[in-house]
Design a protein. Structure first.
Lengths: 317, 469
């Protein structure tokens, strides 16, 4: 006896599914073409300004090139040199430390202030706070860093002068290996948190009031309400803010370059600083590209990990 | 009719789309695209001269372009003032222009880049100098041979120096008075210097730093290395150059001259280098000077002019800067760098380097000669923003209004201390400077960190010097 299987669907359905999908109508085809036309500039832009440089960097990482002479094929030599270069390795460690601390602080500050601004206060005051917190983001990072460098100067800076008024000895903000990274992070977070802040304000406004009211009726108050209701419902926003924050933090350049020039020693030297110095100061474009490729892989890996983890921690309404 | 056939309306619509796309593509293809050559002055036969932007304002550019036009109306000139924070940044931008295929004909290059440009990009000026020897005799008679030698590489001359700056010591008169100290003697020693800093510190508040210095190749640790009779890299002279010395300089000035400097073996772990770092570390420990990361040129004028700093190393360029900051003659003065084992001082010079890629090399040479003429430099350096390479330009008249009183120090640094030489700047200068700055920061964290940091500096310098630029 043959093992006859009962079809899971009725024959009519099978026929319907096996049949080729109906061709789109002329109207649909026109709409698709129009969509493609509108998307074309963006796609062309991404190809020219993102894809081509990425491919170019990967190719260049296999060559020795000093701008002046023609490139010569180097195989994996640039990658070997990179992993043997202590400055490169330290810069990756610094960048990862920077990323973890800066993004954590940025999200914490932004969320705290967003919750505060979302509380009870006059509308005009809320507008003032929103603008004030966002304002640093529209300024040039280099300009801010120049000003901060003056403020944090150990000998002549305003910060130490103010501390001196209350009897605190001058702090070597930018000149000590122990405090330089902290100062760079503070300056970075001060400028960057405005973006996450705006996202959180938007996210908080999207949480239905009824849910908070229901939680209140169930007896949840204060911190418990935020931990059990606000945070889970804000998790999609938190994901976006952290992805953008991490990608930006991994590419940090202006603040450490202007504030400390990577010092003291290598204590605040970041990967992008090493790429710039290797390429444009030492004219080793191949090795700089190899470092760039590794940074690209790191950014991709961290972002992929975030999205993978988000399946567990992010709750969509 | 099924969907597989176009309706008349759809056909017309697609036809219109196609025609529109074809028109767009045709327009894009036929459009004159903008390239680097479209920037005014490029590829129009102009002689392009790249200068360091902050040092060449609109007035200086006008002086050069209008003056040159009068002498050479047939040569179109374009000054490209490249904005950069320092020489290293400037060279990086010039190299980017070269990579982009828009190389200038001439580049204003300081000692930091003389050998890099000479080795990889420059054209030796020897043939033109020999050809126009009679015309140039007056120039060389007016310019110290040390400056000329600093522009030579492996026996050939690559630039005519137009300016230089030695690291002399500027003193704030108000701070000196407050400390009850007198103006130091020309042969003052390192110990005199330290004693002066201590006096200044005692007589001033906590917001005062006696000695301010900037961690960079010029004027940072290097003057102390020179004073302690050592250098970051071993220094020697290339053979050759007699074609120039014999033609333009008297026998006394030819003594010991060669074909340019050679900086080769790193010697960061040399005991005298360590001594110099130990000394600076001790000043930092005593709160007598800024840490390397603390000092930078941007805020120096402000803190010096307001009496929050007592002394700092700077060149003739600072006389003009302090004047602009409101300091009058008498409120500051300048003295030689103090003696340690020697009183050898360091300088950096600058002039125009001719690039190999230039198709206007003869015209470029004419500009080089024009830019080194006395009348040109007189107009260009009116505000004392540098020390002119021509000795005859340093007169009492020039410094009468803005000071300093001891303005002779600027040029006498070369005349009275003939072993004074350029900062160590081999073709690998970018990496050498970066290694120096980085490890100077860690070396001066404490006196105990000097030796380990110098060992790391030595290792990194060896790697840097092994590399072909």
């Amino acid at each position: 006896m043959t093992n006859t299987q009962i079809p899971a669907v009725r024959p009519q359905q099978q026929v319907a599914e096996a049949a080729p999908a109906p061709r789109p109508s002329a109207r649909e085809r026109g709409t698709r073409l129009l969509a493609a036309l509108f998307l074309a500039p963006t796609i062309v832009g991404i190809v020219i300004f993102t894809v081509v440089p990425i491919v170019g960097s990967i190719v260049l990482s296999l060559f020795h090139w000093n701008v002046i002479d023609s490139p010569t094929f180097a195989g994996a030599a640039n990658y070997r040199e990179m992993v043997n270069d202590s400055t490169v390795l330290v810069s990756f460690r610094n960048t990862l430390v920077f990323m973890v601390l800066a993004v954590a602080l940025q999200l914490l500050v932004a969320l705290t202030l967003a919750l505060a601004v979302n509380g009870r206060m006059p509308v005009w005051l809320r507008s003032v706070f929103r603008s004030a917190f966002f304002f640093p983001l529209i300024l040039s990072a280099a300009s801010i860093s120049v000003v901060m460098k003056y403020l944090f100067n150990q000998d002549f800076g305003l910060v130490n002068w103010l501390l001196g008024l209350i009897g605190i000895a001058p702090v070597p903000w930018l000149t000590s290996e122990n405090s330089a990274m902290a100062a760079v992070i503070l300056v970075y977070v001060w400028q960057q948190f405005g973006f996450s802040f705006l996202l959180f304000v938007g996210g908080l406004n999207n949480i239905p009031k009824e849910i908070h009211e229901a939680a209140s009726l169930d007896g949840a108050t204060g911190l418990r309400k935020h931990l059990s209701v606000t945070l889970p419902l804000l998790s999609p926003t938190l994901l976006v803010a952290s992805v953008v924050g991490i990608i930006n933090a991994l590419q940090v350049f202006e603040q450490p370059y202007v504030l400390t020039n990577g010092g003291p020693g290598d204590s605040t030297r970041t990967v992008v600083m090493v790429i710039y110095e290797t390429a444009f100061e030492q004219l080793r474009f191949g090795e700089a590209s190899a470092v760039g490729v590794l940074l690209f892989v790191l950014v991709m890996a961290v972002t992929a990990l975030q999205f993978r983890l988000s399946r567990r921690f992010v709750h969509y309404q | 009719m099924t969907d597989s056939h176009f309706s008349r309306r759809a056909l017309m619509r697609y036809g219109a789309y196609g025609a529109g796309a074809a028109a767009l593509a045709g327009t894009a293809a036929s459009w004159d695209r903008l390239t680097g050559a479209d920037i005014p002055g490029r590829d129009d036969g102009s002689l392009v001269v790249a200068t360091l932007g902050p040092a060449y304002g609109p007035a200086a550019i006008r002086t050069l372009t209008e003056g040159f036009k009068k002498v050479h109306p047939d040569i179109k000139l374009r000054i490209n003032a490249v904005q950069a924070t320092d020489w290293s940044d400037f060279f990086a931008k010039i190299l980017t222009q070269i990579a982009a295929g828009t190389a200038p004909d001439l580049v204003y290059v300081a000692t930091e880049g003389v050998q890099l440009f000479a080795q990889r990009l420059g054209v030796a000026l020897d043939k033109w100098v020999k050809r126009d020897a009679d015309e140039l005799r007056e120039y060389f008679a007016d310019v110290h041979p040390s400056l000329v030698e600093s522009m030579m590489y492996e026996g050939s001359l690559y630039q005519l120096p137009v300016e230089f700056n030695a690291a002399d010591i500027y003193l704030n008169s108000q701070v000196l008075k407050r400390a009850g100290a007198s103006f130091p003697a020309a042969d003052w020693t390192r110990d005199d210097f330290t004693a002066l800093l201590r006096d200044m510190k005692k007589s001033s508040g906590s917001q005062f730093t006696p000695y301010f210095w900037t961690n960079r190749l010029w004027g940072g640790v290097v003057p102390w290395l020179f004073a302690n009779d050592t250098n970051l890299l071993s220094e020697s002279k290339a053979p050759g150059g007699s074609w120039l010395w014999d033609s333009f300089y008297p026998a006394a000035d030819r003594q010991g001259r060669g074909g340019g400097y050679r900086w080769t073996t790193p010697q960061a772990t040399h005991e005298r280098v360590e001594e110099a770092y130990d000394y600076l570390a001790s000043l930092i420990q005593e709160d007598l000077c800024t840490r390397p990361e603390g000092g930078n040129g941007q805020n120096l004028i402000g803190v010096f002019s307001t009496g929050r700093v007592g002394v700092t190393p700077a060149g003739g360029f600072w006389a003009g800067g302090l004047n602009l900051a409101g300091m009058k003659d008498g409120s500051f003065d300048v003295q030689y760098f103090p003696r340690w084992r020697t009183q050898r001082m360091q300088f950096g010079a600058a002039g125009y380097a001719l690039l190999r890629t230039s198709k206007l090399q003869d015209e470029a040479w004419e500009f080089i000669k024009f830019a080194s003429r006395r009348d040109t430099l007189m107009r260009l350096f009116e505000t004392n923003q540098t020390t002119p390479a021509r000795r005859s330009m340093l007169t009492a008249d020039r410094y009468r209004e803005m000071g300093p009183s001891h303005w002779q120090v600027f040029y006498d640094t070369l005349d009275k201390f003939p072993d004074t030489g350029p900062i160590p700047a081999p073709p690998q200068v970018a990496e050498v400077e970066q290694v120096l700055l980085k490890h100077t920061g860690t070396a001066l964290a404490s006196r105990r960190s000097v030796a380990p940091a110098l060992r790391r500096m030595q290792s990194d310098l060896e790697k840097a010097m092994e590399r072909d630029v």
